[in-house]
Design a protein around this ligand. Structure first.
Ligand code: FMN
Length: 167
């Protein structure tokens, strides 16, 4: 298969996989940095750990290379405004929307669905991205939250029609 065709099919495939939306944040020398991301996965329960994949061209990349700690804020439907603000603004201005608290030296979104604070334990460069592996050092979760989900290049509410699921 031709490279362009494979890439095309890959992008179409990924577009049709519903994904949770995260605001990944860190602080370096008192300055906050953040990015909206979907490339996040749990890695292991022992130790509790997860990975994030960040484009090396993204403004948060250099700070993440420098920082020891980052936070994966799992966004709920109520945090759509935060996702929009992160995409519309740059640098510190990304934190204009939402109530951000400083916990363990990183920005944590007070009303996120969950917040997972990680210590960076490994970094791997692959292609255009760096995979950061983080070991959990702090976590909080809200049971009643509804997840913000990205599907087919737009945000959707997967909690809207749960009884329509087959099986
Ligand atoms: C729903 C969504 C998911 C995204 N997921 C990722 C991701 O997992 N990793 C990544 O590096 N960029 C991801 N991006 C792109 C970054 O959010 C965006 O390119 C970045 O904020 C721009 O970089 P800047 O900080 O240099 O302006 C995603 C964007 C959207 C809208």
């Amino acid at each position: 298969m031709q490279r362009e065709l494979i890439l095309d099919e890959f992008q179409n495939t990924m577009r049709h996989i519903a994904a949770a939306v995260y605001a990944i944040t860190t602080t370096v020398e008192g300055k906050r940095y953040g990015i909206v991301a979907t490339a996040v996965s749990s890695v292991s329960f022992d130790p509790p750990s997860l990975l994030i994949c960040i484009n090396q061209d993204a403004s948060v990349h250099a700070p993440l290379m420098e920082a020891d700690i980052f936070c994966v804020n799992v966004l709920g439907l109520a945090n759509r405004d935060v996702a929009d603000c992160f995409m519309a603004k740059k640098g510190e201005d990304r934190f204009e929307i939402g109530e951000w608290a400083d916990q363990m030296g990183v920005p944590v979104l007070a009303n996120a669905q969950s917040s997972l604070i990680c210590k960076t334990v490994d970094r791997h460069s692959f292609g255009t991205h760096t995979i950061f592996i983080g070991e959990l050092i702090g976590a909080q979760h809200r049971d009643n939250a509804k997840p913000l989900t990205y599907y087919d290049r737009r945000y959707i509410d997967i909690s809207a029609a749960p009884d329509q699921v087959a099986g």
